[in-house]
Design a protein around this ligand. Structure first.
Ligand code: AGP
Length: 600
């Protein structure tokens, strides 16, 4: 019986890779797959195929569609091929640095996600042996090493396995050897690689997105495993060299999840999916929820760790746990190791990560485990590296989040975090809050008001997002969204901090967004708004209650306070999205950013 995987699969790493060996021509399948994983890295792309005993490589700097236009990837011949879309780490964005990377005489082609930390030493040694390099990338050394090992072994899997033993760092690679157009080889360490098991064809990819719709049968490789696939077979070798048989799992979602349907961008589609995804987030395995609660209550020390948007969700979770009398800290993943003194046997670390592939978060939980802590994780990507490091995993169930900016995954994280805290508090019937879906729909209906604000303020250079208490992380999230999508400087902070310095920056016309629901902090936050307005600020109030201090008021429905961030964040997501559109940025592919930050 094949296990049904309900969650989304690893969202891949800084780049997207796909390989296919088939009983049919592969160029179209590979190009289609590239477009589906392009949002993971999009500064250069390329493809290699073998046909009639000859390898052909076409690649260059630019988006997948640019390279298709320039080089007609779809016209490449061959029933075996590998392809790649890159987000540059080592070596600039140039045609030569695009993948696939090849060995001296183009006998071996490699596509790679990750970073080879010892590439400089390996490159120097290979050059001493007469190898000639064509690029500045770390990846190219892998092709040359495999070429050497293949000369010795004449066995693609053995050659790749031997080569990976020389590599330090992170990698997910797909390898094609000109002499052997019947097999593809893959290997992974600290970056995901998945086998897609089709009929008469096999895939290797950094993410199921690359081949969904052609097969839903998947095998997730474990760390340091090597795999050889032909059209009809899969051969997996464990780090010990032992072969292992692994049955495919079925991924339960459709190609339709990948279409933008009638939205201009994935980001807008995903913002609008939230009425549906916030209720889906409640579909949790109750045993796992109870286990989370048991481990949290029994923790000798408790940390929540995450990065970026997930860190803002972590802050909200911390707030609620502290409210429940449970001492814990929320620490950005890259800093958790600085708290190592408090990580020991009996400690519990809860990691939040949409992709489950964020290098900082994976490293943080590895440090914690080394010190005896137990790890729980909340991810969107089942089978992701973080999920595999954890004792227990809860899934966000919000489907693939393609836009680089986290939107629906954030509101799903808020829901799941609240469910965990409710379970810790001993609540028995944890189910969707009454009116939640409707409230999210109402918040979305403020879009036209937000579009006006985006047009009015698109030329400003600084924005300030302020709030108090439980809403402060929402203000921080609004600032992050705006920075990511509009490229405008924005700061999010507790309103109480304004007088300690930032107020000096407020001047005539400065736009400030105040997240201020009715409740215990409402009056104090209105005073902060007054102070900023008195210094010329234009105040945008996000609240369930209007007030004259607001220059502009965006109404959100009133919900139970613990779920207010779910509706408060929606106008902030829409503001960032529409500001990007007004400023002619691409909201789905913001410059310099990648969907999953899998390098430190
Ligand atoms: C948020 O919009 C960004 N894409 C980024 O800050 C992101 O939240 C962060 O990289 C963490 O990603 P993760 O949830 O996949 O770990």
């Amino acid at each position: 019986m094949r296990a049904l995987l309900l969650g989304w699969t690893p969202s891949g790493t800084v780049c997207g890779i796909i390989g296919c060996v088939s009983d049919e021509e592969v160029a179209g399948v590979l190009l289609d797959g590239l477009k589906r994983v392009e949002y993971r890295g999009y500064d250069s792309a390329g493809m290699a195929t073998v046909s009639g005993g000859a390898m052909e490589v076409r690649k260059g700097a630019g988006r997948v569609n640019d390279i298709e236009e320039k080089m007609r990837l779809s016209s490449m011949e061959g029933k075996i091929g590998i392809a790649h879309t890159r987000w540059a780490t080592h070596g600039g964005v140039t045609d030569a640095n695009a993948h696939p990377q090849t060995s001296c005489r183009e006998q071996v082609a490699v596509v790679h996600n990750g970073i080879i930390q010892n590439y400089a030493q390996l490159k120097a040694a290979l050059m001493k042996k007469g190898h000639r390099f064509k690029s500045e990338t770390d990846t190219e050394v892998v092709a040359h090493i495999i070429e050497e090992e293949y000369k010795r072994t004449k066995d693609p899997l053995a050659a790749t396995r031997a080569a990976t033993k020389a590599l330090k760092g992170q990698y997910a690679i797909a390898v094609m050897i000109q002499e052997r157009p019947d097999v593809l080889v893959g290997a992974r360490k600290d970056a995901p690689l998945i086998v897609g098991v089709g009929d008469g064809k096999m895939f290797l990819a950094s993410d199921v997105l690359a081949f969904i719709g052609r097969t839903d049968r998947t095998i997730f490789l474990d760390n340091r495993e090597v795999v050889e696939v032909t059209r009809t077979s899969v051969r997996i070798v464990e780090p010990s060299g032992k072969e292992v048989v692994r049955r495919p799992n079925q991924v339960a979602w459709e190609l339709s999840d990948l279409s933008k349907s009638d939205y201009a961008h994935y980001t807008l589609k995903e913002i609008n999916e939230q009425p549906h995804t916030v209720s889906n987030a409640y579909l949790q395995d109750r045993e796992k929820l109870a286990e989370f609660a048991r481990m949290i209550k029994g923790a000798k020390s408790l940390f929540i760790t995450a990065s970026g948007t997930s860190y803002h969700a972590a802050l909200l979770m911390k707030f609620r746990l502290n409210e429940a009398g449970i001492m814990c800290d929320a620490v950005v993943s890259g800093e958790l190791k600085e708290h190592a003194a408090f990580l020991r046997k009996g400690s519990v670390v809860v990691a939040l990560s949409q992709s489950g592939e964020t290098a900082d978060t994976i490293e943080a939980v590895k440090v914690a485990k080394k010190r005896g802590a137990k790890v729980l994780s909340v991810v969107n990507a089942v089978g992701s590296s973080l999920a595999r490091e954890s004792e227990e995993v809860l899934l966000l169930n919000c489907g693939p989040e393609v836009g680089v900016a986290a939107t629906k995954s954030f509101t799903a994280q808020v829901v799941v975090a609240n469910m965990v805290v409710d379970a810790v508090l001993g609540m028995k019937r944890i189910r969707p809050a009454k009116g939640l879906t409707e409230a999210v729909r109402k918040a979305l209906q403020m879009e036209s008001k937000v579009v006006e604000l985006a047009k009015r303020y698109a030329d400003r250079s600084d924005f300030y997002f302020v709030a108090r208490g439980y809403e402060a992380p929402v203000a921080m999230e609004g600032a992050l969204k705006l920075k990511e999508l509009s490229y405008i400087h924005a700061e999010g902070m507790p309103a109480s901090e304004l007088k300690h310095g930032t107020l000096a920056l407020i001047e005539k016309g400065t736009p400030v967004i105040v997240v201020n629901p009715s409740g215990s902090n409402h009056a104090d936050t209105l005073s902060s708004a007054e102070e900023m307005k008195a210094r010329g600020a234009e105040v945008i109030g996000i609240s369930d209650v209007r007030d004259d201090v607001y220059t502009h008021y965006v109404q959100v429905p009133a919900l139970q306070s613990k779920l207010m961030p779910v509706v408060e964040v929606i106008p902030l997501q829409l503001l960032a999205y529409h500001m990007a559109v007004v400023r002619k940025n691409d909201p789905d592919y913001p410059r310099n950013l990648a969907k999953s930050v899998t390098v430190k």
